[in-house]
Design a protein around this ligand. Structure first.
Ligand code: GLC
Ligand code: CA
Length: 551
């Protein structure tokens, strides 16, 4: 296996330029501000950034409604600033991935404007039209409760157009070869400007046949075409797909020979991680890992806890979903789109430091590459007074200066969280940087350790039986190195007994603390885990640890 697959052992940090750091005092974060914070990110140890959409947009869906693919939204800066930024990131060994939103455009995009006005326009077939409102117009909505239909009448065209998402986001006819050509051109453009790849938005919808005819079917061969194009242009560029699908479809996305997408978010596991955190029961998580085990050697899962959207619990059983709701989002105002929770992670875990560490330790040790979200390294909270998903998209909390040091303006783009346990007066980077025990410094240490444990990114794993549903243990093996990670999901202190089978497994070196574990004369380890305790061990003697060469 070539060792060059950088995404196998990366730590990804996702952020929105508009809410990260404002440099010019207009209340909106910008590339200049982000550049000034690159040393902070590099200090944290992340080595890949995923930027949420930053292209020109009317901003009716936080930039997921693009009106010009080839411009940076002027609020964030210019293309020149963007290139300066990718350069500066590269200088620090940080790769930059961007959202690629090509399932739909904004209704303000010149393509749609031309298409609606003139039926002989070459852009007409870039979108999907119907004379009459199709019968299934009330199904397949992504934002139930907010969105009313998937077909809306455009008075200018005098026809209905298809939109999987909000009505200001007309779907592109992605089966049209000319649209595919446009997509490739956009990818090629940003690759030249220095990105390492794309987080492809709404992937299953991108490859579906759309419109009024027949059932919608996925055209998986498109994935290979994207991949081939990408790699001809830049050899190590990748696609990370947002595809919340059933496990039996995964290999269609990765390709049996690993010839399609390199990465996918593991939504299936994500939902069971939350179930495990809410219920203390790790069995469904173990099963979900098994169900998503199969992937080509070059492919990789991206794991995450919370992202910028609601926590989608749609693929849990009704009973499991109910338990997560009760534990983590009991109030109707905390829930969204009949399927999820819109809060940030820290308030979902009652700001309990032990549970936050447990959740992150678990994330960082799941098979795959961890993706974290800006502000989570500080334990930032949410503002449920903001509508829909905006509650968890508030500005980064840098310091105790007004508006958390995010902006000098009187009115930031979204209000900064103030007061209470999550207000910037309590939760900010400046204070946490000075406190060795802060969550920020804990996160930095765990990221450093994660980089040093390539077994997790590259290796094979097995779930180790601990005799308790609430204690979850996994072992990774790679190139004669092994690590064992153990998580106590329960509030009760628990003693576990484990047998690792091999001779090497008699000594466990604690990677995060001083207490190592030595097996008894029957080869069994006895480990006492405190409430919500976790351990990372390297399997084998101390000398073995010191001899270990970097991979
Ligand atoms: C994806 C994004 C979400 C956005 C939607 C429409 O699901 O994650 O934020 O609203 O696509 O582009
Ligand atoms: Ca600004």
């Amino acid at each position: 296996m070539i060792k060059d697959l950088w995404y196998k052992n990366a730590v990804v940090y996702c952020l929105n330029v508009g809410t990260f750091m404002d440099s010019n005092g207009d209340g909106i974060g910008d590339f200049e501000g982000l550049m000034r914070r690159l040393d902070y990110l590099s200090g944290l140890g992340v080595n890949c950034l995923w930027l949420m959409p930053f292209q020109k947009s009317p901003q009716r869906d936080d930039g997921y409604d693009i009106s010009d693919y080839y411009q940076v939204d002027p609020r964030y800066g210019t293309l020149g600033d963007f290139v300066d930024f990718t350069h500066e990131a590269k200088q620090r060994g940080i790769r930059v991935m961007m959202d690629l939103v090509i399932n739909h455009t904004s209704d303000q995009h010149p393509w749609f404007q031309a298409a609606r006005r003139d039926k002989s326009s070459r852009y007409r077939d870039y979108y999907l039209w119907a004379d009459k409102k199709p019968k299934d117009a009330q199904s397949g909505m992504v934002f139930p409760g907010v969105q009313k239909t998937t077909w809306t009448r455009d008075p200018i065209a005098g026809k209905y157009y298809f939109h999987r998402f909000y009505k200001f986001q007309p779907d592109l006819n992605t089966q049209n070869p000319e649209v595919q050509e446009e997509i490739r051109k956009i990818m090629g453009f940003y690759l030249e400007l220095g990105v390492c790849g794309f987080r492809m938005d709404a992937m299953p919808f991108v490859i579906q046949t759309k419109g009024t005819t027949a059932a919608h079917t996925e055209r998986y061969t498109m994935l290979r075409e994207f991949r081939e194009f990408l790699q001809w242009r830049v050899g190590d560029a990748i696609i990370l797909a947002e595809a919340n699908v059933e496990p039996d479809l995964n290999m269609h996305y990765f390709g049996d020979d690993g010839d399609r997408l390199q990465m996918m978010f593991n939504f299936w596991v994500n939902q069971r991680v939350f179930y495990a955190l809410a219920s203390g029961n790790s069995r469904p998580l173990a099963k979900a890992l098994e169900q998503t085990r199969n992937r080509p050697a070059t492919a990789q899962w991206a794991n995450f806890l919370r992202n910028h959207d609601e926590l989608d619990l749609g693929r849990l059983s009704d009973e499991e979903r109910q338990i997560v709701f009760e534990e983590m989002g009991p109030d109707k105002t905390m829930q969204l789109y009949d399927r999820g929770i819109r809060r940030r992670l820290a308030p979902m875990l009652d700001g309990d430091r032990r549970r936050l560490e447990l959740a992150y330790s678990l994330l960082f040790t799941l098979p795959g590459t961890p993706v974290i979200r800006y502000g989570d390294e500080l334990g930032m909270g949410d503002n449920l007074r903001l509508r829909e998903r905006n509650c968890a998209r508030t500005p980064m909390q840098w310091s105790t200066e007004p508006h958390a040091g995010f902006t000098r303006a009187d009115k930031p783009i979204l209000p900064v969280i103030t007061g209470g346990p999550y207000g910037y007066e309590q939760v900010n980077a400046a204070q946490q940087r000075r406190d060795p025990d802060s969550l920020l410094n804990w996160t930095e240490r765990i990221i450093r350790m994660r980089h040093e444990v390539p077994e997790i990114g590259w290796g094979d794993y097995s779930v180790v039986e601990t005799g308790h549903d609430h204690v979850f243990a996994m072992r990774y093996d790679w190139r004669n190195n092994s690590v064992l990670v153990v998580h106590n999901l329960g509030a009760a202190q628990t003693e576990i007994e484990m047998h690792l089978g091999d001779k090497l497994g008699r000594t466990l070196i604690n990677l995060l603390g001083d207490e190592h574990s030595h097996a008894d004369n029957k080869g069994r380890h006895h480990i006492v885990l405190e409430s919500y305790g976790y351990r990372w061990y390297r399997v084998g003697g101390l000398g073995y640890l010191l001899d270990r060469t970097s991979y």
